[in-house]
Design a binder for this molecule. Structure first.
Ligand code: F6P
Length: 319
């Protein structure tokens, strides 16, 4: 491998810039040419690439977003789009590609790999929904943002003896809700992976207030229900009127935590070294602290198991 490219794709996440920086600097350190693809797979199809040097990635390790920008590209889901992407890379003499993104981005990387492009995937998503890695780039920052927001909400809920519903991101994965809920002492955590009855949630809320609790916080992952709808149901069930906060894209912005920067730096450098060693079609991850690779094909065809132990712990501690 003499020349590689890097792109960010799908929803952005904090730490993507740190990962781009690591890929570029590691590649240059090892004497490779390195190109940045603008706007994910869309930029690849449009041949929107620029050669990167050491200074192209200066002053970005601390920034949220992605300097390469990103897109959810429908065209790349077609065989023609994928062919075109592979041709662009070949025409430029680029033989390796690092894709930083979530599940959809991995699907694209998998296709390119089958078309003969040496690819490496890095898990970049706040959702933490990628299997074969303990954690994804951006997750720690997103959880910290949610915990910080719940701290603030809790202050005012306690003063007024109110209940609150905080809707967080996670269409198919409840990890942000679970981790932020545990870390902030939420009374109830609603996730897509665990079935629940809102009438029971309402009952518990009433009992908790009767036991002398001064506030009640429900964290709901968007994939488990809309905050406003959960509130309406609870009011109908028990008369309590929870206030609703939808955190939305605030969870995807801002400076990455040290954990995300370090994770991104390790993974970015690792992906380059794996490509140089001749490896391809792999997703990089961290399992029990160790850098690992797994066939992208396996990763895109698997689902990350939900941590029931942590969920039950959160319930035990929230009485
Ligand atoms: O996959 C990351 C994510 O932030 C999800 O948690 C969320 O459902 C989705 O992206 C939002 O996507 P968009 O920014 O395109 O509205």
């Amino acid at each position: 491998v003499k020349s590689i490219a890097v792109l960010t794709s799908g929803g952005d996440s904090q730490g993507m810039n740190a990962a781009v920086r690591a890929v570029v600097r590691s590649a240059l350190f090892h004497g490779l040419d390195v190109y940045g693809v603008q706007r994910g797979y869309q930029g690849l199809i449009n041949d929107d690439l620029r050669q990167m040097d050491l200074r192209s990635v200066g002053d970005i390790i601390q920034r949220g977003g992605t300097i390469l920008q990103t897109a959810r590209c429908k065209e790349f889901m077609t065989a023609e789009g994928q062919q075109r992407g592979a041709e662009v890379l070949r025409s430029r003499g680029i033989d390796g590609l690092v894709v930083i993104g979530g599940d959809g981005s991995y699907q694209g990387a998998n296709k390119l790999s089958k078309l003969g492009i040496k690819t490496m995937g890095l898990p970049g998503t706040i959702d933490n929904d990628i299997p074969f890695t303990d954690i994804t780039i951006g997750f720690d920052t997103a959880v910290s943002i949610v915990v910080d927001a719940i701290n603030k909400i809790r202050d005012t809920m306690s003063s007024h003896e109110r209940s609150s519903i905080v809707e967080v991101m996670g269409r198919h994965c409840g990890d942000i809700a679970l981790h932020a809920g545990l870390a902030s002492g939420a009374e109830t955590i609603l996730v897509p992976e665990v079935p629940f009855e809102l009438s029971e949630v309402a009952e518990r809320m009433k009992t908790n207030f009767a036991k002398g609790k001064r506030h009640s916080i429900i964290v709901v992952a968007e994939g488990a229900g809309k905050g406003e709808e959960v509130a309406r149901q609870i009011t109908a069930d028990c008369g309590i009127e929870p206030r609703v906060t939808v955190l939305g894209h605030i969870q995807r912005g801002g400076t990455p935590t040290a954990i995300d920067r370090i994770l991104a730096s390790r993974l970015g450098d690792f992906a380059v070294r794996q490509l140089m060693a001749g490896d391809s079609g792999k997703a990089c991850g961290v399992v029990r602290g160790e850098l690992t690779t797994t066939d992208i094909d396996t990763v895109v065809n698997s689902k990350k198991p939900f941590d029931m132990n942590m969920y039950e712990l959160a319930i035990r501690l929230s009485q």
